[in-house]
Write a protein that binds this ligand. Sequence first.
Ligand code: ATP
Ligand code: ZN
Length: 837
Amino acid sequence: MPLYCDVALPVPLDQVFTYAVNGVVPVVGARVLAPFSGQRLMGVAVRVHDDAPPDGVGIKPLQQVLDDAALLPDELMELARWIAAYYVAPLGEVLRGMLPLSAEVKRHFVYRIAEAGRKVLYDGAAKGASRRSRLSAEDQNCEYAVLNYLEDGEAAKMSALRSATGANKALLEGMVRKKWLVREAVAEERDARRLEKIAVLVETKQEGAEAVGRRLPKLNENQLAVMAELAAVGGRMRVRDLRMTLERVGIPDSTLGTLVKRGLIAMEETAEEFHFGGVSAEGKKHAHEHTLNEAQTEALATIATAIAKDGFAPHLLYGVTGSGKTAVYFAAMRRALDAGKSALLMVPEIGLTPAMTGQLVAAFGDEVALLHSQLTPDERAEQWHRIRRGDARVVVGTRSAVFAPMVKLGLVIVDEEHDGSYKQEETPRYHGRDVAVMRAKLNEAVVVLGSATPSLESWANADKGRYVRVEMRSRVADRPLPAVELVDMRAEFRETGQEQLFSRRLIEETQATLERGEQAIILLNRRGYSFVVMCRSCGEKVECENCAISMTYHKPVTGDVAQPGQRLECHYCGFRRGVPKTCPKCGSEHLYFLGAGSQQGEERLQELFPGARIGRMDRDTVRGRADMERLLARLHAGEINLLVGTQMIAKGHDIHGVTFVGVVGADFALGLPDFRAAERVFQLLTQVSGRAGRGELPGKVLVQTYHQDHYAIQFVAKHDYPGFVAKELNYRRWMHYPPFAVLANVVVQSERLEEATGWSSVLGKWFQQTHLDKVRVLGPAAAPIVRLKRIYRYHFVLKAEQRQALGGVLRAMLRFAEAQNIPRRNLVVDVDAVHLM
Ligand SMILES: Nc1ncnc2c1ncn2[C@@H]1O[C@H](COP(=O)(O)OP(=O)(O)OP(=O)(O)O)[C@@H](O)[C@H]1O
Ligand SMILES: [Zn+2]
């Protein structure tokens, strides 16, 4: 029997910890409980062995082994090790992110008699109850009853003890404290189907309009609002979602009850089927129903051949917006299933693209499982077990779905692979796309990264021949890409003599689109009303108390439930405050509001187009999946003909009536201090342009810009992604930026400014003195956001040609920092950082 076990614990230390095996030898991949600086932590056994620790090192015994079998299969353990090494992250923290949540392996507590308990039982039998106990005679009797019940040594659940002896939890816990009993946690597989309530709008068809008319006038405003809400989503909605929506608009819960009593809404109970949504226009085909065109057929053939071959094969699918990538994904997934394998489809944010999941269910029925962060723990548990049993062979999910316990994984697809939300911005700071490629490698599976605007990293990998490039250069059914017109806002100012949010051309085109009965979308990529509140006298901006960030003004709206006097909001930490009467710095009364956000955009559009049916899509109007589904349903139905919103509107939506897209103020991001600024602007503008002209009618795009000559803008106008990447790659090569160098951002952070600066100068000196011929270090410098959520931030940017050299320096730096007593949690190591802010 091995004597020792190495455990990865979820603590920010780059090491594993050795414990003595205590009776039960854990299998590698099982969870264990281990003592750690006075606490009991749950970790994962990563190695069992007989290597005695060096003399003098005290080894504590494991407290408990929680699983009989490995919770994580070998390939996921290997993936965890790879992530820990690649991202220089503590293995325990990586594993914590990969493990199913506790609900997935829910544990209940059982009690077992302990040595001391037995002694009490026997002594008590001999001498009678102790007189000195502070407990009542009744409780003492109960304690004896419990000890008696457990005497045979079997563990019992609390519920069993309660019904047998009347003991309550407090009493049992008291006995645990006296060490008469031990309490143990037992894993319990939970995947019973749950029931859930659906609110259904009662059909009124047969009743005739008159009858409805007679009934409806009796409804009050709130009741009508609830009815409208349900009608907007096709008459059915999860009660849970409906309640959330009502709560937000301030309609009391009882309204729903009244409507049920009056027979206008029925409550149905169904076994919880997953809710995938499924917004699409009537008569529009599902992705799996299309006969693939030539480009799609070719793309599929390449991918399908790889699937048939078995073995790791990475692909980059570059397909312009509206080229029909979804249909290719679905066909490839079908091939994987036919070959007896499972398929994983990763999407950036499930709530933003409900149509995708709806189509998946249409195509694959109950083979589909869904994984994302908005699921309740029970829902997640159910999905997790269905996947692990092999019942669900098609999994769709966000970033962390890359750790799904798939059986015979044959195909991984990463849709919109360029999307920033694949990057996890907390430890472990992994990139879901890159982990997906590694996972496919470990599983000898095919991986497809798809996008109309692939990341430069992926494009360069295809250039080097590491990925097979598959291209779909035109839209389905020979639909043209929309014509893009640039409006030079400097000229606009010269000609009109005033600073306007919307140019004359944009107003004209919007007007014309609405008059033709078509739909228009306007991108205004900031939420709120004004994103800067500034003092005219001293020039100072009103900043967040916790962050070095300008606060955004949100205009009160009718029915707004937010507190008055809290109209300024920090979009980084959520802090709110009232609008000050005078400048906090100089006391001047001349504060003014600058920079229009989507809320102001909506207001201005209402003034300009009073007849338009305007909708807004941003984090303030769309808080969850239900909101998004409702908004998209109204767009598909044509109930909204003018939509304004933030980058959310650019995400994969396929609304055939949209023929015009206007872009306002999106090029300000070109000026951000981040080497990926041009790439991001290009991607956003191309993606949002891609929403126009996806139906029968051709589309048109108008981009308002102050940087008309910037190459990113020029290439957007020409729909020339390959041209853009070629130019951008040159610049990256020249500047030694990724993908021609590997990069890490190291942030030194502390609530105390002097610590942040002091530690960064200590590290800066170390970097200087250490012979770093293979790694270039920039910094220390104040991070672009120097204070965030009350924490001061200084940073270094490390660049290297070789990943190994970079990893080596980072690890050496962490060792040095440890020796200098710089706490590990004050150092953020972000390998392949996506944001340098
Ligand atoms: N072979 C086909 N024939 C006709 N229409 C098709 C075909 N394949 C897909 N479509 C339709 O073309 C439209 C665009 O497809 P899809 O949404 O998959 O594009 P995409 O490549 O994912 O674009 P984006 O990158 O903009 O999201 C959809 O309405 C889809 O139903
Ligand atoms: Zn803040």
